[in-house]
Design a protein around this ligand. Structure first.
Ligand code: 13P
Ligand code: SF4
Length: 311
């Protein structure tokens, strides 16, 4: 059960952070109790940029494994702790090496492999560049190669292909089970009840939901669209964890937000709570190690992302 962070827990976490020179990063999808004690909350791209640049000895990454691994790859000198080491993203495993090898054989030097950060360290090492949902369109557009194999997410890959028609984007069949489960019928039902509402969808959603959306963007993009939009109501097609930040940002604006009736919850992100953050700081558990053969290649792909995403 996710309990609200108590004053005692927050004070204990603050003391341990000071003692260990630690900073807590949280993705919007983790439990509210984890977001409440975080120093920074954000989408995958914002958090990886922070991880690469923060000046501290320890990072506590309240998110899933690929996020903590990316932080360690970008900041190898830091100790990176995962409050819940079992929190893994199923999509991060949904591509096989053969898919990459076959594409490289077929297209040679005119192929780039673009790897969504929601992937294992090994997959990143097979790739030329990493991307996140907030920079994938920009990065794919900037690649010198004409052919781009997009792994592992077919839904984000298809969205990128539509936005960058000058490239030949080859799709793999991975997907996010949580975003795939957001039904178009539920979005349409909400739209029928609130005809003026702006539909905001994450590009991991199915093509049908993406097509029905007025705005498509990363979690941060969706939050910004709702917070800064002039419209009064919004239908949100992404994981429920964004609700906390959206509600804070729209307080007093008289806006309404609606989520699908079948609440989109990422079961892995939902394992990460404030209590587990406290416990990993107390015990030093969940430390991330990435020193295997894939480390160098994966780091290169992540650093290339940071480079190509610059304005
Ligand atoms: P963003 O953080 O890029 O919006 O991606 C969402 C997601 O599914 C992270 O696992
Ligand atoms: Fe993976 Fe989807 Fe969960 Fe993100 S929301 S961690 S893509 S399963």
């Amino acid at each position: 059960m996710d309990t609200k962070t108590t004053g005692t827990m927050a004070a204990r976490i603050a003391a341990l952070k000071k003692e260990q020179d630690a900073v807590i990063l949280a993705h919007y999808y983790v439990k509210d109790s984890a977001q409440e004690v975080a120093d920074y909350i954000g989408d995958s791209f914002y958090l990886s940029k922070l991880a690469a640049g923060l000046d501290c000895k320890t990072l506590v990454f309240a998110g899933v494994r690929f996020m903590a691994e990316s932080a360690k790859l970008l900041s190898p000198e830091k100790r990176v702790l995962m409050p819940e080491p079992k929190a893994d993203c199923p999509m991060a495993h949904m591509v096989v090496k053969e898919t990459v090898d076959n594409a490289r054989t077929e297209y040679g030097d005119d192929l780039a492999v673009a790897c969504y950060v929601n992937s294992t360290t090994e997959m990143k090492a097979w790739s030329d560049v990493c991307v996140t949902s907030s920079n994938a369109v920009k990065i794919v557009r900037r690649l010198p190669q004409h052919h781009v194999l997009f792994i592992p997410d077919m839904n984000l890959g298809r969205y990128v292909a539509d936005q960058v028609p000058e490239k030949h984007v080859i799709l793999n069949d991975g997907f996010c089970p949580t975003h795939e489960a957001i039904e178009l019928a539920e979005i349409e039902k909400l739209k029928a009840a609130h005809p003026d509402a702006v539909v905001c969808a994450h590009p991991e959603c199915t093509p049908w939901v993406v097509e029905a959306a007025d705005y498509v963007g990363s979690t941060s993009g969706i939050i910004k669209r709702v917070a800064e939009g002039e419209e009064k109501s919004y239908i949100i097609a992404t994981v429920i964890g964004v609700r906390r930040t959206i509600e804070q940002k729209i307080a007093g604006q008289g806006k309404e937000i609606f989520f699908p009736e079948t609440t989109p919850i990422c079961p892995n992100m939902a394992m990460v709570t404030g209590e587990k953050i406290l416990s990993c700081l107390e015990t030093g558990s969940g430390e991330i190690e990435v020193d295997d053969a894939a480390t160098e290649g994966a780091r290169r792909a992540l650093r290339r992302m940071l480079e190509l995403a610059k304005d």
